[in-house]
Each structure stands twice: as structure tokens, then as C-alpha cells.
Design a protein around this ligand. Structure first.
Ligand code: FAD
Length: 410
């Protein structure tokens, strides 16, 4: 195992850092103030992005800092998973940078699905505009009525009738569906098949959001924040009809595609958590040195210096584990790295949550205001401990693999 970046990787990383320093950091606080002013409530039909976002995207594209996550060098940067991991850490320091570089969830995961499993027609229609950053997408799997951490519980259906698929179901936490540019959903649903295994009965289907029968019912706030203009929707699909050609990979392929989608995506999420934790630690140190109480800088009071050390140790452990998982995925593939992928999915959001909590505490009241990115980082960490599988499910995967090593089945 080695973490040395190729020349190409080093070049991209240096240019991403420079772009963030010169074009994103100076305007980020104003950008989020504008986002709040433009999108004051959950009335998502009126949501919009500040115009500077498109200008920044164009600048990033012109500098070849675009689709950095994409392993295919003709469609994006062509970096390995481990190389892109370093870039994801940098973009994670900012809440807007991933979108500026067309590297934001859930679009990267959805693009990866289309790139790996989509037909040529599906790619031309949906992958091309997604890669260009012209449209956005949403992944609709979780359902309000059932415990969705066990995806086989899914009640939504995708049934073939002649040359059409008929879709029915209610989904929620459909992230990104409030974006004014969101045009396409990947809908995951049960396609009953008595001859298929339990994991061979679910399908992914492409559904244009303007198809009759698709209704966004509401946006769900996260700790009271609608995350506008991105949004997390509750959406119903009632007798929605799309052509059979809209199956991705074919009926019953949903679970195997989902595994492929989530592996690289977890590295991206975890490295962004590590970048956010680094940013929180920097803010904590700056604040702790700049303010004085009881005759001393806050940092020199109580156990605050120890907390700095604990944060550093935890962040570095999480980074090493995540880079190891990325290296293993590059070297031997996603399925051979299941333990590591599940491990980082538990570790990185928990480390971010711990570090942000320390930083909030040292900021006093300012820590829970919106004057810093800390509350958004906290919501990110806490949500990620649920999204893409709760912590407990990932620990269950690790335990199962460990027990199997002792020749037991569980
Ligand atoms: C901000 C946010 C964004 C999201 N974005 C998306 C999205 O874009 N698309 C999408 O489809 N979904 C999305 N989700 C949904 C997310 O993936 C689900 O919330 C998650 O899979 C858990 O499903 P559930 O909410 O039904 O919880 P449940 O399945 O009801 O689980 C609740 C709790 O039960 C416990 N539990 C479950 N299984 C086990 C176990 N094996 N062992 C021990 N305890 C267990 C855990 O404590 C778990 O948190 C998002 C969620 C959030 C919060």
C-alpha cells in the first residue's frame, strides 16, 4: 500500500487548492447569506441559486477542474479512487465547492450508475447533461412506511405492462429534488419475480420528473433547515408510466447496481467529512486563540488543548483508514474492500461529529448560529450516520465478515 500521488493527481490537487483559495473562500460567507435571502422558507417551487454559482462552475470547467471524481479520462479527470480522495478532502472544507467542481452528491453517484450500467441512449439523454452540470438528479430509494435500512422492505413497485413500466410508491429523503435544475430521478422499486433471489427482485428505473403521476408532496427539514435550494423531498409516484427502456441494466438488477454505486460514493462522503473536520479544527484553534476569558486565551482554559490533540489524532486515524479503503478498492475492487468501506462509513461521520461538537463548544453561542459553517457540518455528520445505511448496519456487515472468517454463518 502506498499513498503517493501521481504527478497528475498532485497537479489536480494543487489546482483545486488554488481555486478554492482564490475563488471560493473569499465569497463563501456571502454566498450562503444570498442563499438564505433567496430561499427564506420551504416553498421549494421558488427556490433558486445565487447567479455566482453558474459563473464559478464555468470558471472551474474552463480550468479543467470539472468532474474530478470521474475515473474515465475522456469524461473527467481520470483519477483513481485514492487520488480523487485527496481532492474530496479539500472540497469537503467548503459547503459549496463540491457543486462548483461538479463533484456533488447525489449527482456523482447517479452519474456513476449511468456511466457503468446505462444504455447508450440513457447516457446520451441523461449522463451527458449531468456531466455538463446543466441538470441535476435525485435517487429515490428510502420510504416513509418501512424501515429502509433493510432495503428489501421496499414497498414501491415497478411492474412491466407491455412495453411500459408502471411505477407506484411513496419515497422520502429524496435529496436534491428541490433543485430548480433537477430533472431526472433514479427510482428503486420491487419487481416481483418468484424465480429470483431476495436480492434479485428490485430494479432501478429512470423517471423524468415531469412524467404524469410524479408529485413532490413536501420538503423535509434537517434540524429545521430545508437545505435550499437542494432540498430533501417526500414524493409520490402514482401509476407513473415510462418505457421499458428506462430500466437501468434490466429488471432485478437494483441491488447489484446499488452496491457498485455506493462504494466510491462512500469514499467521497468520508473524505469530505475529513476535510470538514480539518476546517472545524482550524476554526476552533483560531477562535480559542483570539478570545480571552478569565485572563487567558480560551484555548488555554480547562481541557481545551487536550481536545485539540484528540481532534488531530481522530482526524488522522480516519484519513488513514479512508485512504486505505480507497487504495484497496483500486487494487482489488469494491467487493474485496467491504470491511474497510463499512468501517470508514462509521468512523468518518463520527469523527466529524465529535470535532464539530468540540468546535461549537469553544465558539460559545456563535457555534450554534449560522455565522460559521459549524452547524451545517454538524447536520452533515449527524445525517450521514443515517444516510447510505445507519452505523449499526455497517457494523453488522463488518461483524458478519469477521464471523465468516471463523467458518460460521450468520
Ligand atoms: C439528510 C438525509 C439525506 C438522505 N438522502 C437520501 C437520498 O438521497 N435517497 C434515499 O433514498 N435516501 C436518503 N436518505 C435516507 C437514508 O438513507 C435512510 O434514512 C437510512 O437508510 C435509514 O432508513 P430509515 O430512515 O428508514 O431508518 P430505519 O430503517 O427505520 O432505521 C432506524 C434505526 O434503526 C436502527 N437499526 C436499523 N438497522 C439496524 C441493525 N441492523 N442493527 C441495529 N440497529 C439497526 C438504527 O439505529 C437506525 O438508525 C437520506 C437521509 C437523510 C437523513
Amino acid at each position: 500500500m502506498h499513498f503517493e500521488l501521481s504527478e497528475r493527481g498532485q497537479d489536480y490537487l494543487a489546482r483545486v487548492k488554488a481555486f478554492m483559495r482564490d475563488h471560493i473562500e473569499p465569497i463563501e460567507a456571502d454566498f450562503w447569506r444570498d442563499v438564505q435571502a433567496l430561499n427564506p422558507d420551504g416553498n421549494w417551487r421558488n427556490w433558486q441559486h445565487p447567479p455566482v454559482l453558474e459563473a464559478l462552475k464555468a470558471k472551474a470547467k474552463a480550468q479543467d477542474l470539472w468532474n474530478l471524481w470521474m475515473p474515465d479520462a475522456e469524461l473527467g479527470a481520470g483519477l483513481s479512487i485514492a487520488e480523487y480522495a485527496h481532492i474530496a478532502e479539500q472540497t469537503g472544507r467548503s459547503l459549496m465547492a463540491p457543486t462548483v467542481f461538479n463533484c456533488n452528491a447525489p449527482d456523482t453517484g447517479n452519474m456513476e450508475v449511468l456511466w457503468r450500467y446505462g444504455s447508450e441512449t440513457q447516457k446520451a439523454q441523461w449522463l451527458t447533461p449531468l456531466l455538463a452540470g446543466e441538470i441535476r438528479s435525485v435517487f429515490c430509494m428510502t420510504e416513509p412506511e418501512v424501515a429502509s435500512s433493510d432495503a428489501t422492505n421496499m414497498q414501491a413497485t415497478a411492474i412491466v405492462e407491455g412495453d411500459e413500466i408502471v411505477l407506484n410508491g411513496r419515497k422520502w429523503w429524496s435529496s436534491g429534488i428541490g433543485d430548480p435544475h433537477c430533472k431526472i430521478a433514479i427510482f428503486m422499486a420491487h419487481t416481483p419475480n418468484a424465480e429470483a433471489s431476495r436480492h434479485g427482485q428490485h430494479s432501478m428505473v429512470l423517471v423524468p420528473l415531469d412524467t404524469p403521476g410524479v408529485e413532490v408532496q413536501r420538503m423535509l427539514p434537517v434540524f429545521g433547515d430545508f437545505d435550499a435550494p437542494h432540498g430533501h423531498g417526500e414524493v409520490t409516484f402514482t401509476d407513473v408510466r415510462v418505457p421499458v427502456a428506462n430500466f437501468i441494466g434490466g429488471p432485478g438488477q437494483g441491488f447489484s447496481i446499488a452496491q457498485g454505486r455506493l462504494g466510491p460514493g462512500r469514499i467521497h462522503h468520508c473524505m469530505r467529512c475529513i476535510g470538514a473536520a480539518e476546517k472545524a479544527l482550524e476554526l476552533m484553534i483560531d477562535r480559542g486563540l483570539a478570545r480571552t476569558a478569565f485572563g487567558k486565551p480560551l484555548l488555554n482554559l480547562g481541557g481545551n488543548r487536550e481536545r485539540i490533540a484528540e481532534a488531530r489524532i481522530a482526524i488522522d486515524q480516519a484519513r488513514l483508514l479512508t485512504l486505505y479503503a480507497a487504495w484497496k478498492m483500486d487494487a482489488v475492487g469494491t467487493f474485496a474492500a467491504m470491511t474497510e468501506i463499512s468501517a470508514i462509513k462509521v468512523v468518518a461521520p463520527n469523527v466529524l461529529q465529535m470535532v464539530v461538537d468540540m468546535a461549537i463548544q469553544l465558539h460559545g453561542g456563535a457555534g450554534v448560529s449560522r455565522d460559521t459553517p459549524l452547524t451545517a457540518f454538524f447536520a452533515q455528520a449527524r445525517s450521514l450516520r443515517l444516510a447510505d445505511g445507519p452505523d449499526e448496519v455497517h457494523k453488522g456487515v463488518i461483524a458478519k465478515i469477521e464471523i465468516a472468517k471463523r467458518d460460521f454463518k450468520s
